[in-house]
Design a protein around this ligand. Structure first.
Ligand code: KG4
Ligand code: ZN
Length: 337
């Protein structure tokens, strides 16, 4: 069986075709980064309009890449939430309409479930159960995953998500959008011994995160320091080290608490090089294994939506004729749509 997956929840249009026997057949991605760059962040209305322009051409390009036509598609999956409402509506309307026109089932996918399952597209996918650290622009979650659809939230951010903290801190350092990856590039040149930032909420039990204080800490450090390039890189490094260490401390706790030996790390921030180094070292020290998506599937993409959609299609979990999207959609309520 083959499924077409469509992702339009934020500033990337992603389309892919996944075959449950042959794996990923094709995927295409269009990033809106240059569209939003002048505004320093995602402008929701511009995002929606651009998805309207790009989604259908990308679907055509993906079919062409896979050397398939509409007749070869057995289902259409689309991101139904969480995300920007207008952007979600574009992918959901197109996905639902195509499924109707092609006479195949439609599957509504939770964006974070897509991220969570992205490492399943790799040659050596993790077996269930595992602990997942999901770190994106909108969410920071630790999830106990027992199987497809069996997600128990162990901890989450009480304020900014990890990616959001990267982006907001980058902005106050005068780094252009998209801040996270550029801040981490600057941090590569930084000296990790020069400044030490706090590791929020690690001095008490629990698996929740709080990253908004690190932004203020960065602002205060910037004010109190010279503004030469090396100092800026050192501050970026101190911020990144604080986020990475905090995430690693909570992952260690989550693995100990659940007794699990497999850790999956996904979402945009999982592309971060220092985070990967730190979590790989942690896993080694605990005799555990860590799994990541390939870098291009850490951030938003259609492949993860096609894969997650296929798992639901195989279980017969499909949509009625209405087009529904869920800008806010807790992960433990995935069945609720
Ligand atoms: O998963 P994603 O593409 O979109 C959401 O679902 O939010 O994640 C985007 C987030 C942004 O906040 C971006 O700054 C962050 O992931 N990000 C990074 C890196 N690459 C992307 N943060 C830190 N280091 C990176 N290398
Ligand atoms: Zn995402």
């Amino acid at each position: 069986m083959r499924i077409l997956g469509i992702e339009t929840s934020c500033d990337e249009t992603g389309v892919a075709i996944y075959d449950n026997e042959k794996g990923l057949l094709a995927h295409q991605l269009y990033s809106q980064v240059s569209l939003h760059a002048d505004y320093g962040g995602v402008v929701p209305e511009l995002a929606s309009r651009d998805h309207v322009k790009k989604t259908i051409p990308l679907i055509k390009a993906t079919l062409l890449e896979a050397n398939l036509t509409a007749k070869d598609i057995d289902g259409v999956a689309y991101t139904a939430g969480p995300g920007l409402v207008g952007a979600l509506l574009v992918g959901a309307s197109i996905g639902r309409a195509l499924a109707y026109a092609w006479g195949v089932p439609a599957v509504a996918v939770h964006h974070m479930e897509g991220h969570l399952l992205a490492p399943m597209l790799e040659a050596q996918p993790p077996a269930f159960p595992f602990v997942a650290l999901l770190v994106s622009g909108g969410h920071s979650l630790l999830v106990e995953v027992r199987g497809i659809g069996q997600y128990g939230i162990l901890g989450e951010s009480v304020d900014d998500a990890a990616g959001e903290a990267f982006d907001k801190t980058a902005k106050l350092m005068g780094i252009d959008y998209p801040g996270g990856p550029l801040l981490s590039q600057l941090a590569e040149k930084g000296d990790s011994k020069r400044f030490t930032f706090p590791r929020p909420m690690t001095d008490r039990p629990g698996l929740d995160f709080s990253f908004s204080g690190l932004k203020t800490f960065t602002a205060n450090t910037l004010k109190a320091s010279e503004s030469d390039p090396q100092t800026r890189a050192d501050i970026a490094r101190a911020f990144e080290d604080a986020v990475v260490d905090t995430l690693a401390i909570k992952c260690k706790r989550a693995l100990k608490q659940t007794g699990m030996k497999r850790l999956v790390v996904a979402g945009g921030v999982s592309a971060n090089r220092h985070l990967r180094l730190k979590l790989s070292a942690l896993a080694d020290s605990l005799g555990a294994e860590v799994f990541y998506p390939r870098t291009e599937f850490c951030t938003d993409n259609g492949a993860m939506i096609a894969y997650a959609g296929m798992q639901h299609l195989l279980k017969g979990e499909t949509q009625g004729l209405g087009v529904k999207v869920f800008p806010r959609w807790p992960m433990d309520e995935i069945k609720a749509c």
